[in-house]
Design a binder for this molecule. Structure first.
Ligand code: ATP
Ligand code: MG
Length: 288
């Protein structure tokens, strides 16, 4: 295992820059890539997956340089794209067999052994013979992980895999990613903070093509330090505050509304400064 080093990666589409000098050092374990819509998460993943070429910059892992070794990179990499459209009319096992052949697992017995192992890893063994078209969103995502794990890659990338999953399935899916990251690098992109907060070892936030790596969750939370205020406002004054400040949370009480908001200055005499949450750090970071 090694560190995936992304150095000064830049990519434009026509004249629009999608990534600006992205620099990340991604260690083994589960790494979260967080960012709002259009931030550049998929573009970065497609570049790491060698589907897209960067305009400039380099990527390296264990002595493998992306500029000269795309075949080698594909051998050590598994990828679950954002819109994983699986083959609906074939069974899960047939789907994995087909993808296994595409990945170069030519030896039949070894391919069968690996398919059985990945199906067990993602808890789909008992559904292996069912048509993919009958799968729920969560099962489909798990099948997507299974195909990414074929060939036992050292780096696995999953692009927004939790979107559209119900809360229970989302928790199960996060645990699956955790398990997958025990002996490899797993990069998870998401715009859902909770996905990262509970499971990731490292994280970076992308905004408008600019990446910033944080040492941990507290490091991200600290971005809002000194900018989070708690106060109680009368119900009739709420709209005035809401139009001036970014309100983070609101709780109706007998005496009015308890609110938390982001502001560089104290918003009113009775506002108290409070310690920021990770969500407040994230909102501050992407809005400044
Ligand atoms: N093939 C393309 N041609 C032109 N522009 C593109 C292309 N792919 C991405 N872009 C643009 O690059 C920017 C980054 O897009 P990208 O899909 O990487 O963002 P994202 O963070 O994955 O967003 P989302 O959360 O919506 O999936 C956007 O402005 C997008 O419109
Ligand atoms: Mg995307």
């Amino acid at each position: 295992m090694g560190t995936l080093v992304i150095d000064q990666v830049t990519k434009s589409f026509h004249r629009q820059k999608a990534l600006h000098n992205v620099e990340l050092q991604i260690p083994p374990g589960l790494f979260g890539l967080l960012g709002p819509n259009g931030a550049g998460k998929t573009t970065l993943m497609r570049i790491i997956a060698t589907i897209l070429q960067p305009d400039s910059g380099t990527i390296q892992y264990n002595g493998i340089d992306w500029r000269h070794n795309s075949r080698e990179v594909r051998r050590i990499l598994g990828y679950l794209p954002q819109h994983f459209g699986a083959f609906r009319n074939i069974s899960a096992i047939e789907c994995l067999d087909y993808i296994g052949i595409l990945k170069g697992l030519d030896e039949k017995t070894e391919r069968k052994r690996q398919i059985e192992a990945v199906l067990a890893d993602v808890n789909l063994t008992e559904h292996a013979k069912k048509k993919v078209g009958t799968f729920s969103g969560g099962m489909l995502r798990r099948l997507g992980i299974a195909q990414a794990l074929l060939g036992n890659p050292q780096i696995v990338m999953v692009d927004e895999p939790t979107a559209g999953l119900d809360p229970e399935e989302r928790i199960r899916f996060r645990m699956l990613l955790r398990r997958c990251a025990q002996n490899r690098t797993v990069i998870l992109s998401t715009h859902i903070l909770e996905d990262i907060q509970t499971t990731c070892d490292g994280l970076a936030v992308l905004k408008q093509g600019n990446a910033h790596q944080f040492s941990d969750m507290q490091d991200l939370a600290a971005k809002a330090r000194g900018r989070v205020w708690k106060l109680t406002v009368k119900a009739e004054d709420y709209d005035k505050f809401a139009s001036t400040y970014k309100i983070i949370s609101t709780l109706g009480t007998a005496s009015g509304m308890d609110i938390r908001l982001l502001s560089d200055q104290r918003p009113s005499q009775d506002a108290e400064p409070v310690e920021p949450t990770v969500e407040e750090g994230y909102l501050t970071w992407i809005n400044t």
